[in-house]
Ligand binder design. Structure first.
Ligand code: SAM
Length: 459
């Protein structure tokens, strides 16, 4: 491990006093590897029985586990099938604490690469509207890959500045998650780049950035709605300090007390000259729990704050003419039923989406996904999207080839190698132990993999 910044260690020693040796020792230990089961695809108990890794439960997340035997779950075909997301245990706390309900409108404002979005999607059980946003297009690309694997159908993905979202959408959301860009001190033991780039100035810059993001996030929360702020840093300026400044500028928000259960510790307002109620937030310390460093604050907007926005819904734009004919041909030859109700279908460019419930008109915003991506219209045909296969079940496909998770063919398919496969020509779903992995074209007894290239590189 490259050395830890001395100024960081000085500050932590000053703040922690007697606790410091335990903290310092924890920073030398190996980071925990975690995975969170995709309950949209598989109940937790079934997944636990299936997964060939030694797992220990994460106490604060029913679907979360630590991988304790040194195996590499990122390389397993179940990962490619979206049966779980690799996430260190502390990062499983924010979505559990925000606790989105099925049917709500939820925004993940700094979402890429999508770890917490996948968690929110599972907790919402596919019902309602989940909007995932980030400012960095490259990271958004990585996020859409992760969300495709996850098989969530009720989400839209945006690449926007929080200010533009707030101006356009107003107080529209029941719950907003701000998992803020931060100095990353809590990830020091697993992220060498965070150790190298740390300086006191970087901490100060992050605190200013967080204040800006939260200011816009506040405008997106409906009266009575929730705003969750989380970081993966120990820096009081970015944790209690950011929350304290936010509360001073936003008297319509108050701190909700998060129970200090599972080894979570109370926040420390005195470290940032913050008002006492900021202690309702929690700190997750690596010497107190099996996870990395995190800070989580849950804020609630007063119910008598000015009312939320009523936005016009995005109108469906159903395929017509040739497009409709190609889509119908595909569905009748490949699937057992229509994947989405006709009145939800919308064509944007050459792509066909199923719109999520209650999606507002997003005119003027940069949208990466308008909903569940079903496929694209190419010259003379409809080509299904990876996201379509990954959100369906084995019984939804007319033609399917199944491989066992430990069969060489499953990995060969992911590497896009052709495989012998008797049967009629056409689109075939490839599944691993019954869980969709992606599409293939069967041509004269050969299965030609259409697995996205990034799938073969995963893990
Ligand atoms: N929530 C993500 C997850 O669980 O996978 C991790 C988010 S990461 C801690 C912070 C994110 O904030 C980065 O993806 C970064 O691109 C994004 N970001 C940076 N500046 C931002 C801004 N002004 N508005 C919104 N997001 C921003």
């Amino acid at each position: 491990m490259s050395t830890l910044p001395p100024l960081f260690l000085d500050r932590m020693s000053r703040l922690l006093g007697e606790e410091y040796p335990a903290f310092r020792a924890a920073l030398q230990a190996r980071p925990h590897v975690g995975l969170r089961v995709n309950t949209l695809k598989c109940p937790v108990a079934e997944a636990r029985a299936r997964l060939p890794f030694a797992l220990a439960p994460v106490p604060w997340c029913r679907s979360g586990f630590r991988v304790t035997d040194g195996s590499r779950p990122g390389k397993h075909p179940y990962h490619a099938a979206g049966l779980y997301y690799l996430q260190e245990p502390s990062a499983m706390a924010p979505a559990e604490i925000l606790a989105p309900q099925p049917g709500e409108r939820v925004l993940d404002l700094a979402a890429a690469p999508g770890g917490k979005t996948t968690h929110l999607a599972a907790l919402m059980r596919g019902q309602g509207l989940l909007v995932a946003n980030d400012v960095q297009p490259k990271r958004v690309h990585e996020m859409t890959n992760n969300l495709d694997r996850w098989g969530a159908t009720h989400l839209a993905v945006l690449v926007e500045q929080p200010r533009r979202l707030a101006e356009r959408l107003g107080a529209f959301f029941d719950r907003v998650l701000v998992d803020a860009p931060c100095s990353g001190e809590g990830m020091f033991r697993k992220d060498a780049a965070a150790r190298r780039t740390w300086t006191p100035n970087h901490v100060a810059r992050c605190a200013r950035l967080q204040a800006g993001i939260l200011r816009h996030a506040a405008r997106l929360v409906r009266p009575g709605g929730f705003l969750l702020y989380s970081t993966c840093t120990f820096a009081p300026e970015e944790d209690e300090g950011t929350v304290a400044r936010f509360l001073e500028a936003h008297p319509d928000f108050q701190v909700e007390v998060i129970p200090a259960a599972h080894g979570f510790a109370r926040a420390r307002p005195e470290w940032a000259d913050a008002r006492p109620e900021v202690a309702g937030a929690v700190r997750l310390w690596p010497h107190k729990i099996a996870g990395e460093g995190h800070f989580v604050a849950l804020l609630r907007r007063r119910a008598d704050a000015p009312p939320g926005s009523r936005l016009p819904l995005l109108r469906p734009r159903p395929p017509r003419g040739e497009m409709l004919a190609h889509y119908r041909t595909f569905v009748s030859q490949t699937l057992c039923c229509e994947p989405a109700p006709r009145d939800r279908l919308a064509v944007f460019g050459n792509r066909l989406y199923a719109l999520p419930e209650g999606l507002p008109d997003l005119k003027g915003l940069r949208v990466e996904r308008f909903g569940w991506w079903l496929g694209s219209f190419k010259t003379g045909r409809f080509e299904p999207a990876h996201a379509l296969a990954l959100a369906l079940s084995a019984e939804d496909f007319q033609q399917r080839v199944d491989f066992a998770a430990d069969a060489a063919e499953a990995l060969a398919y992911l590497r896009r190698e052709p495989l012998p496969s008797p049967g009629p020509d056409g689109w075939v779903a490839v599944t691993v132990d019954g869980f969709p992995l992606g599409w293939a074209r069967r041509v004269q007894g050969v299965l030609k993999s259409r697995a996205p290239r990034w799938l073969g590189r995963m893990g």
